[in-house]
Ligand binder design. Structure first.
Ligand code: HT7
Ligand code: ZN
Length: 863
């Protein structure tokens, strides 16, 4: 496998201005005739030969200006077609045959159920025809599709449909023209027998956009929320960024077999059904929020990604970091801003920080890769979004938005770099981002230390920074880190308004004087930078912040810190073979105060009372003793449940009186508190809980409450659990996405035989190894959601995952590589888990062949 380096970038030698694609879809194979107007790139290298990427297809013919080429004029290999000495400008015609029926990689043209669809990002287009499969070749596309009229009554591609008709012998055709230049990764084609939900949106300038959402027949009633979300996103982008949609129609197609969440193909998004379907009976509040945010994200790409795209794949964060940031702004504007931000922070801390501290740490703009699909990471997406958020904070919202508009206007129709974006923001806002650019180049999470020295009304606040070495980057230069700080007095009153301190050296000091007494420091308010904060207020100060801080993130974080103190002590005791310590009275008092003075936002109450996850607790240790972490967490949960049994009973009863389901901030917050109460009650197997949960699993009018009931029952002994799971499976047998919840519930079970349960489910008729959603639910649900089972002492959990990665690698390398990644953080664990996990990773290495999985394994095993 060839490693590609960012530093080796060269512009394309030839450009393609116009692409005409003619798809003749047969019952087995598909014939593709591609006609391109090609010209030499005046800014490209003076190459003699021209290499077009292509794999897994049969070349039928190749012609230049209508003349079929002889064998000496080209070479066709496993991954490319090379034209020897083509002219300076010419028309190229390439005919290929492809086999969507047997394409289980889910890249290029493939079949999902009865729908034929494409996935071209990052390099799937070269499974359709020979083409320079790189985003800096931008062309106008005309696409003609011919197919059987009965099997595929709906034919779709990018742009406007300009012609349809009969093709004889029961076949029909449609022609599409996309007036905007685009890279080939945004090409899409869909053919199938689809139901459609239609709507329209009128833009501020008075244009009416035709909106269509296609799914397999019978699912139309699951699509109303996605359609409403699309309209919300359009209105938000118009009002916030002044961006109006630029074509007359916008279509989304939902398919059941999809490697990721969704794809932003120009005017024809293709979505995983999991990111479209949402009805109260079948989807939880979290699913509703996910659908809303993914629909918005893909819509926002129309400008940030499609109109202005990436020059090369090293620049992926140019479109993804910026679009995730826009999605985050949108989500925050939909209500419950505090808890929405807390969820964003949790993703960074619990998933991105570990990635940035492990063998696969890479800068937001990576320097090299073997397989691009391995770089659709939380670092590129979410850390990338945090970098954009920092720029917004430095510029102020209005100036930042003006900066993005300047960037879009300056580079419309171009394929550009992260550097081009940063320059555009500097030009528009006047910011100096010279040092800030290091965030894109250096991997690793900076540690920011906070020290205070209070004397006679003055507080000296010292901030320090250091960043640990990451693979290939032993030494780090100082980052430019915005740290928002406010001060509170003993009574919890704010005595210094929030101020953003810029830490751009290894150490700096600020002085706050005129204080009446020693203040409590509230730092990194709103999580102004993706850093670890070494700040250790005492318990009294944490309780004060928990009760009074006006920033929900800091309030929540103070609660987390208080919990973490007990948990860290518990892990240490357990690892040392001692009894688990009881929580302090101070902790109970803080919880009591919170329960009797709850925040107006119920979801914030639930977030503050939720214990840090196993992943978050693990972050406190150099070598994680995972079983001690689980034991300490269980113990603390039981101690809190025992102390506040009555209060949790009351919260449960309070919810029982609710009316019909509505997805809004208020009601979702109430359901979240209810779920939390059930979780605590289940921790002590509270009297009557099993009966109540079983009853609720039968009668709830919505999936959120039903799942809360099943999660509460899942780890309890007795018949109620098995009865509830069996009834659930029977009732929802025809809803694959609901059956994913059933798989995930069992994969996460805390029973000693969870490995055997998951193994048995692999052969269950309700599981399908070729479908990524099923695989993610069962195997991902196990490896991520069941730490006790995954890390089981006999290594059964590791072996199970390793064997399934090897099996999956032959079908769907992209998914296999993602699953293999779960074995790579072995160095973070204590013995004997570390060695056993490493051995499982080595076992994967011996059995897999794809570049995707090999790259992950090699990084994971590198010294
Ligand atoms: N731009 C997309 C990323 C993507 C993808 C989506 C589906 C299947 C395979 C894929 N490879 C890359 C999704 C997004 O970030 O919006
Ligand atoms: Zn995206």
């Amino acid at each position: 496998p060839q490693r590609k380096y960012r530093a080796d970038y060269q512009p394309p030698a030839w450009l393609i201005d116009d692409v005409e694609l003619d798809f003749d879809i047969g019952s087995a194979q598909t014939h593709v005739r591609a006609t391109h107007s090609v010209r030499r790139n005046p800014e490209g290298p003076a190459a003699e030969d021209w290499r077009l990427d292509g794999r897994d297809m049969t070349l039928v013919s190749v012609a230049i200006d209508g003349r079929r080429l002889g064998e000496s004029e080209y070479t066709c290999g496993d991954s490319a077609l090379v034209l020897h000495g083509p002219p300076e400008a010419f028309t190229l015609t390439v005919e290929t045959r492809i086999d969507p029926e047997h394409n289980l990689s889910l890249e290029g043209l493939y079949r999902s159920g009865d729908i034929l669809c494409t996935q071209c990002e990052a390099t799937g287009f070269s499974r359709i025809t020979y083409f320079p499969d790189r985003p800096d070749v931008m062309s106008r596309y005309v696409t003609r599709i011919t197919a059987d009229a009965q099997a595929h009554p709906v034919l779709l591609s990018n742009g406007d449909c300009v012609e349809t008709g009969s093709a004889g012998a029961g076949r029909h055709y449609a022609v599409f023209e996309d007036p905007f230049v685009k890279p080939c990764y945004l090409f899409a084609l869909v053919a199938g027998d689809l139901g459609v939900l239609r709507d329209s949106h009128t833009t501020p300038s008075g244009r009416t956009i035709d909106l269509r959402l296609y799914t397999e027949h019978g699912n139309e009633d699951q699509c109303a929320h996605a359609m409403a979300s699309l309209k919300q996103a359009m209105v938000w982008d118009e009002a916030t960024y002044g961006l109006e949609y630029d074509l007359d129609s916008y279509a989304i197609v939902a398919v059941g077999s999809f490697n990721m969440g969704a794809m932003e193909n120009k005017s024809l998004n293709v979505f995983n059904t999991a990111c479209i379907f949402a009805a109260p009976e079948t989807a939880t509040d979290d699913d509703f929020a996910l659908v809303r945010d993914v629909v918005a994200h893909e819509y926002f790409h129309n400008y940030t990604g499609n109109r202005v795209t990436c020059r090369d794949w090293f620049q992926l964060s140019l479109k993804e970091g910026l679009t995730v940031h826009r999605e985050h702004q949108f989500a925050i504007d939909q209500g419950s801003p505090g808890v929405t931000r807390i969820e964003q922070v949790r993703a960074i801390r619990e998933v991105q920080f570990p990635e940035d501290a492990g063998p696969r740490a890479h800068p937001v703009r990576p320097e090299s890769y073997v397989e691009m699909n391995n770089f659709y990471t939380i670092t590129v997406y979410h850390k990338g979004a945090e970098l954009i958020r920092m720029m917004e904070a430095m510029a102020g919202r209005d100036a930042f938005i003006a900066g993005v508009r300047h960037y879009l206007a300056k580079h419309d129709g171009q394929a550009v770099t992260i550097e081009d974006f940063v320059v555009a923001i500097e030009e528009s806002t006047g910011l100096d981002l010279a040092q800030f650019r290091r965030w894109y180049a250096q991997a690793g999470t900076p540690r920011v230390g906070v020290q205070t020295d209070y004397r006679e009304g003055a507080l000296a606040l010292t901030l320090t920074q250091s960043t640990p070495a990451t693979p290939g980057q032993p030494d780090k230069a100082a980052f430019d880190i915005p740290v928002s700080v406010a001060l509170f007095d003993e009574a919890g009153r704010m005595v210094r308004e929030p101020e953003v301190l810029r830490l751009d050296t290894a150490q700096a000091e600020w002085c706050f004087d005129g204080l009446a007494g020693e203040p409590t420091v509230s730092a990194l308010r709103g999580f102004t930078a993706p850093v670890r904060l070494d700040h250790a207020p005492d318990d009294a100060a944490l309780a004060r912040l928990m009760a009074h801080d006006s920033d929900p993130v800091c309030r929540w974080d103070a609660a987390q810190s208080l919990f973490l103190k007990t948990l860290v002590a518990g892990v240490a005791a357990r690892s040392g073979g001692e009894a688990l310590p009881e929580p302090s009275e101070r902790l109970f008092e803080a919880i009591a105060h919170l329960l009797s003075n709850p925040p107006a936002d119920r979801a914030l109450l639930a977030a503050m009372l939720t214990l840090p996850s196993v992943a978050r607790i693990g972050e406190e240790f150099d070598a994680i003793d995972i079983h001690a972490v689980c034991a300490a967490r269980d113990h603390l949960k039981q101690a809190i449940a025992t102390r506040f049994l009555e209060e949790f009973e009351a919260l449960r009863a309070d919810h029982a009186a609710l009316q019909a389901y509505v997805f809004d901030v208020e009601e979702a917050g109430r359901r979240r508190v209810f779920r939390l109460a059930l979780d605590y009650l289940a921790a002590v197997d509270a009297p009557g809980l099993r009966e109540c949960a079983l009853e609720l699993s039968r009668t709830a009018d919505n999936m959120t409450d039903r799942m809360a009931a099943l999660e509460a029952l899942r780890d309890l002994p007795g018949e109620a659990r098995d009865t509830a799971l069996a009834e659930f499976a029977e009732r929802w047998a025809d809803y694959p996405l609901v059956m994913d919840k059933w798989l995930r519930l069992q994969a996460g079970t805390r029973r000693a035989d969870s490995v055997e349960q998951v193994t048995a489910l692999l052969d269950d008729a309700r599981f399908d190894f070729t479908n990524p959603n099923r695989v993610r639910a069962l195997l991902g649900g196990f490896a991520r959601g069941n730490p006790a089972g995954f890390h089981r002492a006999d290594s059964g959990g590791y072996t199970l995952i390793a064997d399934q990665v090897v099996r999956l690698d032959a079908l769907n390398p992209q998914l296999a590589a993602a699953l293999a990644g779960l074995l790579t953080p072995w160095r973070r664990h204590a013995e004997p888990e570390a060695s056993a996990m490493r051995a499982a990773l080595a076992r994967v290495g011996e059995g897999v062949h794809s570049d995707n999985t090999r790259e992950i394994v090699e990084a994971g095993l590198a010294e």
